[in-house]
Ligand binder design. Structure first.
Ligand SMILES: [Zn+2]
Ligand SMILES: [Zn+2]
Length: 330
């Protein structure tokens, strides 16, 4: 059995990730050690690498982890060696703050986030708190399951908060939108996809998945929408989306970071339109979404790359060259 692990580590924002070798860590109480088979690359990883958001350094990014449990710490229940699990962004919560006590553990005062404030999945192995791991549905192989763990799961929280919207707009048609569009269409909703100006490939992709209409983010959609979810990190989309939703419409900002939102006339918010952000996930979001995703079933479109090419993967995401989701395979 191997005694070391490899990881792509971020030493400082703006620097490329660096391959490091470390002794294989043992799981502490309540923890499991996972041999990673796939880890998705999320826009949040890009924000961490670029220094848009600050957790701890050095850090191993990656929070869409699929793998098999290799070692189990004391006091772990529900999982054993050999089980296939998923590790999401929410790595730990305190269990006693007002948010944890009111079923809003996504807003915990003392959380740990995978790949941000504790080492994540751009690696051969990781340690995770077993209580925050998910059993993964058999409907998905490892590589196709990985994007469900953030793009899918936090996307789903945004989707839930968007409400029961028969006509739904998705701004930024990347990993999250391509998953949520499939769920929304399966539920009988009409989906409008908004991409960057001139992104014909992205618009074709959205139409192939069954979106009713696809266009540029500055386009006025064919009819007013009940709600919009913004996945792109572009603050200027907020007033654009407000103009495209009906009276009472909701605009949900789903990303962890966005450029500044420009000033806009109050009239665009008037008539009970609202803007809300979505942060993190709860474990019940996760179990609910994974069950739904298997029932649809959601087909994730995935490009897999070797772990050592994590920097290339981040570059491709930054350039907007990805159709669906990118996944690193150790
Ligand atoms: Zn808490
Ligand atoms: Zn993410």
């Amino acid at each position: 059995m191997t005694t070391t692990m490899r990881a792509m580590q971020l030493d400082a924002p703006g620097m490329p990730l660096r391959m490091v070798e470390r002794p294989l860590p043992g799981p502490g109480p309540g923890e499991v050690r996972i041999a990673i088979t796939a880890c998705g690359v999320c826009r949040t990883d890009l924000h961490v690498a670029d220094g848009d958001i600050h957790g701890g350094l050095p850090i191993v990014p990656g929070h869409e982890i699929v793998g098999r449990i290799e070692a189990v710490g004391t006091g772990v229940s529900g999982f054993s060696v050999g089980d296939r699990v998923g590790v999401p962004w929410l790595g730990h919560t305190c269990g006693h703050c007002p948010f944890c006590l009111s079923e809003r553990e996504n807003l915990c005062d003392q959380p740990l986030f995978t790949g941000f404030t504790r080492d994540g999945g751009f690696a051969t192995h990781c340690i995770a708190d077993a209580r925050y791991c998910f059993a993964m549905p058999d409907a998905f192989d490892d590589v196709h399951a990985a994007p469900l763990l953030c793009a899918g799961l936090i996307g789903y929280r945004a989707y839930r908060i968007a409400g029961d919207a028969p006509v739904l707009g998705l701004y930024g048609f990347g990993a999250a939108a391509h998953i949520l569009a499939q769920l929304a269409i399966w539920q009988g909703r009409k989906v409008f996809a908004f991409t960057r100006e001139g992104d014909r490939t992205g618009q074709d992709f959205a139409r192939r998945l069954g979106c009713h209409w696809a266009g540029a983010s500055s386009d006025i959609p064919p009819e007013p929408m009940d709600a919009a979810i913004i996945f792109a990190p572009v603050g200027a989309l907020v007033p654009q989306a407000l103009k495209a939703v009906k009276k009472g419409g909701r605009v949900v900002c789903a990303g962890i970071h966005m450029s500044d939102i420009p000033a806009f006339p109050y009239a665009d918010l008037w008539e009970e339109r609202s803007i809300v952000s979505v942060a993190n996930l709860t474990r019940s979001d996760g179990t609910e979404f994974l069950d739904l995703a298997a029932r649809v079933p959601v087909r994730t479109h995935v490009t897999s790359m070797p772990l050592a090419q994590a920097n290339d993967a981040l570059d491709r995401l930054r350039a907007g060259e990805v159709e669906g989701a990118l996944v690193l395979v150790p």
